[in-house]
Design a protein around this ligand. Structure first.
Ligand code: NHW
Ligand code: EN5
Length: 388
């Protein structure tokens, strides 16, 4: 039973088998003049705040809230530790709305105790390109859990998204809610086996010694593909063309333009990194790979406090096999001292993960659409979208 989600325009569990329901918006947009102009009611001790991520102090407050209270794995060994630079990048893409960076403070002390964000994106579902909000970073302080604050946060972000005349959203979560559009699995490629085992991220395999394990995951010192280099500003038009062409094959995908590519894919130190291959003959960009940097705090370990994790972002292979492309991504991630390289089984990843020595993780990632129904049973490989 989902007291809140049952009231929302999302696919409901009871409708899962119903093939008569049409694809597309679940409810029509309201008149803008009918959208409430007052914020939703919060319990008396709390007040709304719009978080100005340009402001160093606000950004640090958000960082502190998330670093102590955001997502943990099922055994509470690790907690996502998004950096301040990452948060600035994630929350200020082209056309972002400051009003969608929503905090809750304790009135008496002004302490930040809850957060939720949206950023605008164009998402293509089959033929239709839909303006949506990508909702992320929903967080309620550990001491304020289970007080039904999350539904209020979600209603408030919904209201502020509606005020921009946007009626759909996309979000991901590790938990099952009504109802996933697709369920993906996390896969992990060990780069630093000794540390991963020491901190409980992975285990020594049966009949494996540490030295055999280190040998198993060893990578070449430098990349293999001739012409493999970091993406630069001048590559934005070619990468946009390549990526748009590639993403057109997926059922649900991001609709990138050049501004989006410049923001989301141009390398930014310790945040996002992208590489490409230029054909020596045609000078065309033929292949592309990227990953973002999301460290995790290691909770209660005497030797280590941070796990350095790279997450596969968007990859495009036309001339270089995806296997070789991602192998080069692993090599540069290793050069940059990442401990693990993570990927979802979205797009064409599934086909190469095993051979690249990724193993399945214990976490799932469910993708959701708000106020948009798609035929259920979308496969992860039909998804051309990676959220942060
Ligand atoms: S997923 C990461 C979410 N954050 C965390 O897991 C951090 C650690 N946990 C917490 O901070 C990425 C709290 O446990 C949270 C829940 C805040 C998660 N999504 O306040 P109550 C995202 O950020 C439902 C959606 O008592 P709480 C995506 C739950 O099912 N709903 O719980 C965010 C229940 O409803 P139900 C979630 O533990 C997408 C209700 O919340 C949820 O103190 C948001 C209970 O509330 C989750 N991850 O706080 C939706 N977790 O119906 C955007 C729990 O079952 C929708 N719940 O009774 C679109 C809006 C925009 C539309 C525009 C047109
Ligand atoms: C919104 N954008 O559970 C995101 N991570 O597998 C919010 N497991 O790291 C949603 N439990 O399997 C986030 N090691 C949902 C995910 C929340 C975090 C999470 C999982 C994903 C994870 C690791 C560590 C498990 C620790 C104990 C894991 C096994 C690695 C092993 C390496 C060798 C080959 C086999 C796999």
């Amino acid at each position: 039973h989902h007291r809140f989600w049952e009231t929302q325009p999302v696919g409901q569990f009871k409708d899962l088998g119903d093939t008569s329901l049409p694809e597309g918006p679940i409810e029509p947009p309201s008149l803008l003049s009918d959208v409430k102009s007052e914020p939703c009611n919060l319990p008396a001790p709390y007040e709304w705040t719009t978080c100005d991520m340009d402001d160093e102090r606000t950004c640090t407050e958000v960082y502190n809230l998330l670093s102590l209270n955001y997502v943990e794995d099922d055994e509470n060994l690790f907690r996502f530790n998004y950096s301040t630079e990452f948060l600035r990048w994630a929350l200020r893409p082209p056309g972002y709305f400051k009003a969608w960076h929503i905090g809750v403070r304790v009135k008496a002390t002004k302490k930040l105790v809850a957060f939720i964000t949206g950023v605008p994106a164009r998402i293509r579902v089959r033929e239709d390109v839909v303006r949506m909000a990508e909702v992320n970073f929903l967080c309620v302080h550990k001491k304020l859990r289970s007080k039904r604050l999350a539904p209020v946060m979600i209603k408030e972000v919904t209201r502020r998204v509606h005020l921009e005349n946007i009626w759909q959203a996309v979000y991901t979560a590790g938990v099952v809610l009504p109802t996933p559009t697709t369920t993906c699995r996390y896969w992990h490629r060990t780069l630093n086996p000794k540390k991963l085992i020491d901190v409980g991220f992975s285990r020594l395999g049966a009949r494996m010694t540490m030295s055999r394990t280190i040998r198993l995951y060893k990578l070449p010192e430098s990349t293999v593909t001739p012409g493999f280099r970091k993406m630069e500003l001048r590559d934005v038009p070619a990468v946009t063309r390549l990526l748009r062409q590639y993403l057109s094959q997926f059922v649900v995908a991001l609709d990138f333009d050049e501004n989006d590519v410049e923001h989301w894919l141009l390398p930014l130190e310790n945040v996002v990194d992208s590489y490409l291959i230029v054909s020596p003959e045609t000078h065309e960009v033929t292949d592309f790979c990227s990953f973002y940097s999301l460290p995790a705090s290691i909770l209660n370990n005497p030797n280590y406090s941070v796990l350095k994790a790279a997450y596969s972002f968007y990859n495009v292979s036309t001339k270089t096999p995806l296997l070789q492309l991602m192998n080069d991504a692993l090599i540069v991630a290793k050069q940059q001292d990442y401990d693990v390289f993570n990927a979802l089984d979205v797009m064409h990843n599934e086909a190469v993960l095993k051979e690249l020595k990724f193993g399945p993780g214990d976490g799932h990632l469910h993708y959701y659409l708000y106020n948009y129904r798609v035929r259920n049973g979308l496969k992860p490989s039909e998804l051309g979208l990676v959220l942060l």
